[in-house]
Write a protein that binds this ligand. Structure first.
Ligand code: NDP
Ligand code: AKG
Ligand code: MG
Length: 407
């Protein structure tokens, strides 16, 4: 289909309107990005074709970011890319490289901040047959709602010895009575009521809409009282104000409801971040939707992915009320770039989330069923094959073909 035949996705009165030939921008990504993107695109196109017999088709539009953008335009994140993601409302991306300790700031974070994609939604669900270190991996079914625009993750920091760091240290020491060493590097951790509330509101609404049992706010509020502690407090206040008939506290659950979550209600609770990492392993069925500030959500995403096969099986989306950019949880895994080796399931599962977002549920279900059948047949990429007995190890592209054959 030629690009000009596609149409733009729109919103009318807050409801998404998806034409039969939506134009969807994609960023191929760095490192393993091109391999997993190619595989994902084939799978999605096949599912849409088989589900709608030509009546519907995605009109893909490449937009540039990362190394490819820099090579072609001299810019890492061209304005046209942000404009296209904003104009077309829905996009999908491969991972983009961020150097450690210096160099450019994260382009992934820049996209989230520039488009105000305030919630990073990462479902962690076990697919039968996937190797897992858990005794009962089928109990793992959580959805992380990670705040996506604030926190130390927003990159407000200055290096040790810089005039900015020294100025700030001088101010804090002289004006606020602290004693920071003057050689310190400095990072700032802003967390706002509005940023926390919109994230937690979204998590609560998701839990109610999807008949989940609980939302757990994960924070380190005992130590960072006015950022992460406040995140928790604002969450409870929001629930009391906006969801008084639907949200109960843990105390009410036991005192009033004898441990049984009543129909139509959810429990809002909180856990301190360090113990959360233990409890999600030992008692995964006590966790359902998890709302977290940016950095905690980042750490937790990769940790939980390990329970369901690793980051090769971990999808995600970055969303606002009117925009969505889908991407895997993992990064560019540079040592595997262009080897046609890694698992494309994380991006395929992200694309399933995208199809659900478009309300193309038939195509979404077709991909998921075919992916599950492929894994059940023990046809898997290296990451799962190395943990499975009797697996047939296939390349990224072969895995995509095996999924398509099962549609
Ligand atoms: N949203 C984004 O675009 C993100 C970007 N990044 C960036 O990616 C770069 C590399 O980061 P790094 O910390 O190495 O993390 P990565 O997630 O890129 O890779 C770490 C390890 O995870 C495994 N892995 C990753 N993707 C897959 C896959 N699709 N299939 C199977 N296994 C996979 C590999 O494990 P093994 O070695 O065991 O085979 C790999 O070595 C950095 O520049 C980082 O900033 C990181 C995270 C997110
Ligand atoms: O932007 C990056 O390089 C890292 C991002 C990341 O780890 C994440 O969003 O999970
Ligand atoms: Mg991460």
């Amino acid at each position: 289909m030629a690009e000009q035949q596609g149409e733009r996705i729109t919103y009318v009165d807050g409801t998404i309107r998806v034409p039969d030939h939506p134009i969807i921008p994609f960023i191929e990504g760095d490192g393993i990005g091109p391999d997993i993107w190619r595989a994902t695109r084939r799978v999605i196109d096949a599912a849409v074709a088989k589900s709608y017999q030509g009546r519907r088709e995605i009109v893909w539009k490449e937009v540039l970011a990362g190394e490819k953008a820099y090579a072609q335009t001299g810019e890492w994140l061209p304005k046209e890319t942000l404009d296209a993601l904003s104009f077309y409302r829905v996009g999908i991306k491969g991972p983009l490289t961020t150097p450690v300790g210096g160099g450019i700031r994260s382009l992934n974070v820049a996209i989230r901040q520039e488009l105000d994609l305030y919630a990073c939604v990462r479902p962690v669900r076990y697919i039968q047959g996937v190797p897992s270190p858990m005794r009962e991996p089928e109990k793992v079914d959580m959805v992380i709602f990670r705040e996506n625009t604030e926190d130390v993750y927003s990159g407000i920091e200055w290096p040790s010895g810089s005039p900015e760091a020294e100025k700030l240290i001088r101010f804090v020491n002289q004006e606020l009575g602290k004693s920071i060493d003057k050689t310190a590097g400095i990072g700032i951790k802003p967390i706002t009521p509005a940023g926390s509330e919109r994230l937690i509101r979204r998590a609560i609404r998701y839990a109610l809409d999807h008949k989940r049992r609980s939302v757990t706010m994960m924070h380190k509020g005992n130590i960072m009282k006015f950022t992460e502690g406040a995140f928790r407090d604002w969450g409870y206040q929001l629930a009391a104000r906006e969801f008084p008939d639907q949200v109960i506290t843990e105390e009410e659950l036991y005192r009033t409801y004898h441990g049984e979550v009543p129909e139509g209600k959810i429990v809002l609770k909180d856990r301190i971040a360090d113990i959360t990492f233990q409890q999600v392993l030992l008692r995964p069925d006590e966790f359902d939707v998890i709302a977290a500030p940016n950095l905690n959500g980042d750490y937790l995403s990769d940790a939980l992915a390990a329970q369901v096969g690793g980051v090769g099986m971990a999808p995600g989306s970055n969303i606002s009320d009117t925009l969505a950019v889908f991407e895997a949880t993992h990064g560019t895994a540079p040592k595997y770039a262009n080897l046609d080796k890694v698992n494309p399931s994380s991006l395929i599962l992200s694309a399933i989330m995208m199809l659900e977002h478009l309300e193309w549920v038939e195509a979404a279900a077709k991909v998921l069923t075919a992916l599950e059948e492929t894994i059940a047949a023990k046809i898997v990429t290296y990451d799962l094959a190395r943990q499975m007995d009797g697996a047939t190890e296939v390349k990224t592209s072969e895995f995509a073909s095996a999924v398509i054959e099962r549609m």
